[in-house]
Design a protein around this ligand. Structure first.
Ligand code: PLP
Length: 495
């Protein structure tokens, strides 16, 4: 029997894996999920003989069994055999009494590369299976890192075009420059006068805009998403939880079946949800620690059961986590409510109409058995980067520092703790230099990176070294409500 995916908001909407990957978002606004996990598991006693690629192969077969072994193997090899600068893909490093799982050795130096290196290959296979004649147009909202990783993943793909929207003045200098210098015939990049939530909600409306869809169909264009709402983006993130556990087993740091905690710097809830799926598949995870920055809506939710987006959106030193509407929470609610799409629909409608929703006490209790939440202010983040460097010589980026700070505050060493490191410190070089109290006001971006390298001995990622010399190719800035018009103006008619 082949898996099918259903909408979190309507159990009658059922699609195959390839349809789910191509559509990105369900037409009712819901997200595609596997209806239930009870009959699926990953045999962890086999982890020690595996490699990253082998674990990836096994996980993808569990979820995307519509694809053959050979098809999956081809995707895995194209994504992971060459493109990561570290042979372990996602190496684990001991830092003080805990561990850091480095997810940033891909082409754009952020964890988004892990999934966005493979999503384009899944899409290509899915296009084949569905015999789609239309061109795919990927619309992507980014808080800074998804944009570049998706652009790199999809550039020069003949069957797929991609457009990326990012918050003007809402990303780091390096992140912005990475996107503005993107080459490729099939890419557009545009800043909006708004924040990530504005971009994401505009795109969600566009996905549900039947009139626009019709207009696009006439031009032989079909929309899809590269955000973590796409199940093809989420599933690849499960792999590194298993691989982290494997590495700890290999290094004799843990014994088989020993429970561990993962600490996850969280924004759109994609990364940590992948951890939850890993736990459901049998990985011995005790707690998933959900770490937020000053936009701590998830901390409040996991502590009180009330998700209240009626609050100010704050800009922090961890911009990729500046998010108030965490899309993937919907998938978690679906699961903990016992796959109750009516319940999820009710919560999401309430959030859209009134700006908040709350969950029943049983659901809150179920969540709190697994998730522990905390947040770190920007000041704490700076202090953490400083102190961890002083004590261990390890340089955290601000997002990873959020997680580290939350972990320290919880001060619970009763099991091994793994912090997910989501970006290279060089992407946020200015905040990192400030935290390390290194004078940098007059330096160019390249000089800042060189200073960090000189002081810490951590090499600048190769692709970032030459970044500031590349020509700027994209400079559009539009109003936040002009995204639809922008898309229409960019479409040149089905070619
Ligand atoms: C996207 C991102 C996050 C947040 O991940 P989610 O899956 O959205 O929760 C954290 N850190 C960095 C560096 C990111 O790019």
């Amino acid at each position: 029997m082949t898996n099918y995916f259903q909408s979190t908001r309507n159990q009658n909407i059922k699609v195959s894996a390839s349809q789910a990957i191509l559509q990105g978002l369900s037409q009712d606004g819901g997200l595609f999920v596997l209806p239930d996990f009870t009959n699926r598991s990953y045999p962890i006693e086999q982890l020690q003989e595996a490699s990253y690629q082998k674990i990836a192969q096994n996980i993808f077969q569990l979820f995307f069994d519509e694809f053959s072994r050979e098809e999956i193997a081809e995707c895995v090899s194209k994504a992971y055999d060459q493109k990561f600068s570290h042979p372990a893909i996602t190496p684990i490093v001991k830092v003080g009494p805990s561990y850091v799982l480095e997810l940033f050795h891909g082409p754009t130096s952020a964890f988004k590369d892990v999934a966005l290196s493979i999503l384009p290959h899944f899409m290509a296979q899915a296009l084949n299976k569905q015999q789609v004649e239309e061109k795919i147009l990927i619309l992507t909202a980014t808080s800074g890192d998804t944009g570049k990783a998706a652009l790199e993943g999809f550039r020069d793909n003949e069957a797929i075009d991609i457009m990326v929207f990012y918050p003007n003045e809402g990303v780091s200098t390096i992140q912005e420059r990475q996107m503005q210098t993107q080459r490729g015939d099939n890419v557009s990049v545009c800043a909006i006068e708004g924040n990530f939530d504005d971009a994401q909600s505009s795109l969600k409306e566009i996905f549900n805009d039947q009139v626009l869809q019709q207009e696009l169909h006439q031009k032989q264009i079909q929309l899809s998403s590269a955000n973590s709402v796409n199940i093809g983006r989420l599933v690849p993130q499960i792999v590194y939880y298993f691989d982290a556990y494997r590495q700890l087993l290999d290094q004799n740091e843990i014994e088989l079946n020993e429970p561990v905690d993962f600490v996850v710097p969280t924004g759109n809830f994609g990364n940590i949800l992948a951890g939850y799926y890993a736990k459901k598949l049998g990985l011995p995870i005790r707690n998933l620690i959900c770490a937020s920055n000053d936009n701590h809506i998830l901390t409040d939710f996991l502590q009180t059961g009330i998700y209240d987006a009626r609050r100010e959106f704050l800009k922090t030193s961890s911009p990729s986590m500046d998010i108030l509407i965490s899309s993937n929470l919907e998938r978690l609610l679906f699961d903990v409510s016992g796959q109750d799409s009516v319940y999820v629909n009710k919560c999401m409608t309430k959030l859209k109409e009134d700006g908040y929703f709350s969950v029943d006490s049983e659901i809150l209790k179920a969540l709190q058995e697994i998730f522990v939440a905390g947040f770190a202010s920007d000041e704490r983040v700076g202090q953490t980067i400083h102190d961890v460097y002083e004590e261990t010589g390890y340089v955290l980026d601000p997002h990873t520092a959020v997680a580290h700070a939350v972990m320290e505050e919880l001060d619970d060493c009763t099991c091994k703790r793994i912090v997910l490191a989501t970006a290279s410190p060089y992407k946020f070089v200015e905040s990192v230099l400030a935290a390390l109290e290194l004078e940098h006001a007059t330096l160019s971006e390249y000089e800042k990176m060189a200073l960090l390298e000189k002081m810490t001995g951590v090499s600048i990622p190769q692709r970032l070294q030459s970044l500031m010399d590349l020509p700027v190719l994209h400079q559009d800035v539009i109003a936040k409500d002009a995204i639809k018009m922008y898309i229409q103006s960019q479409i040149k008619g089905g070619n």
